[in-house]
Design a protein around this ligand. Sequence first.
Ligand SMILES: [Zn+2]
Length: 295
Amino acid sequence: MTEPDQLRLLAVHAHPDDESSKGAATMAKYVAEGVRVMVATCTGGERGSVLNPAMDRPEVWERLPQIRIEEMARAREILGVEQEFLGFVDSGLPEGDPLPPLPEGCFALVPLEEAAAPLVALIRRFKPQVITTYDERGGYPHPDHIKTHEISVHAFEAAGDPDRYPELGEPWQPSKLYYHMSFTLPRTKALHEAILAAGAESPYTEWLANWDPAHDISHRVTTRVPCAEYFPVRDAALIAHATQIDPEGRWFACPQETQQRVWPTEDYELARTLVDVPTPEDDLFAGIRSEVGVR
Ligand SMILES: [Zn+2]
């Protein structure tokens, strides 16, 4: 059940683990403030690989889909969020030249109208004022991430329209739609320089050398949510996805204290809004709190 005077945030993600690497500290912060936070996970991550050498064992590979559901349950508890799978099948990340065709029946191949339906139903049931998702390039070019963007925009527009999906419940119009702007050039540069200044070796050197400034999206950032004190929660949730996250790997290559000092926010683009709010802003619920009657 949803209460009328309650703030609710819905974060739409492609695979189990995406919620812990994009916007996780923001969610933990809002949960601590009493906001209800729901994660919608489009696929089960069935075609993911085992990316942590310590977990690369036959008995893990045998039960990978089940293990990823268990990992998601742990991350959900750590973040303090609610979570639902939307029931689609992972498309996998196609590799090779030319790229192989996508596997039959996968999420990326489901027609948009049909693919957005479970999300429309969830929006009408959960009644979020705010939705977060990926930008039109998916944040990174995985077909499931691009599809996640597409269904989020489609559902944001359709959920409030009584003529669309009339069988899926009472219309509910969310007020704001945000795109994650997690990995921008200025942030990566700032972390890189802080690591070098501390006399350590930067994990970002090669990444920055290959970064085409034309592909930087930082000019689109409208919203920076201060959430540094929740970075430990974010990292604990990431580690819960043990098959996907190597604790020795690049996610943890920059010390948490450095991140907290140099870049203490998670950043977003306000992509659609039905409330009139000035930007830049530092709160995903700016312009909504007074309407709902909470502070
Ligand atoms: Zn993903």
